[in-house]
Design a protein. Structure first.
Length: 138
């Protein structure tokens, strides 16, 4: 995680033996993907073939100047996102709800599993339990 005057950045390097993503936007969570709660929005990042994809559950047509990339190298998928700070509803000007979840699918009808930190944002009823992330100077 990092931030500057314009963006909040998040990167996850996920070990995954088999990469699979065939779902349409809005259902990326059913296969390999990263879900990230930033404020009131949940973003899904996925790699379909060699094409990085993104979906915003809170506002599907509002991606503004969101930066993103998903790359596959060896047994790793690297998910990167940069969200303009002006798009994040802040509390006190420097804090917002934050959680992430990694979905894993090795094929078949359903995902193999998922892991999250610190709240299972795959369950919409839990999203308000996500802790506040406070942006502060060193």
């Amino acid at each position: 995680m990092a931030w500057d005057k314009d963006y909040f950045y998040f990167m996850a390097d996920v070990t995954d033996d088999t990469q699979r993503q065939t779902q349409p936007p809005g259902t990326f969570w059913r296969e390999d993907s990263l879900q990230l709660q930033i404020g009131d929005n949940v973003y899904d990042l996925a790699l379909s073939g060699s094409d990085p994809m993104i979906f915003n559950h809170g506002s599907p047509k509002n991606l503004g100047n969101v930066l993103y990339a998903v790359k596959r190298e060896g047994g790793h998928s690297r998910y990167e996102i940069g969200i303009p700070l002006r798009m994040i509803p802040m509390f006190g000007g420097k804090a917002f709800r934050f959680s992430f979840l990694v979905n894993d699918s090795d094929g078949g009808e359903v995902r193999k599993g998922w892991m999250y930190w610190p709240v299972d944002i795959g369950n919409p009823d839990k999203r308000n339990d996500s802790p506040m992330l406070v942006l502060s100077e060193k």
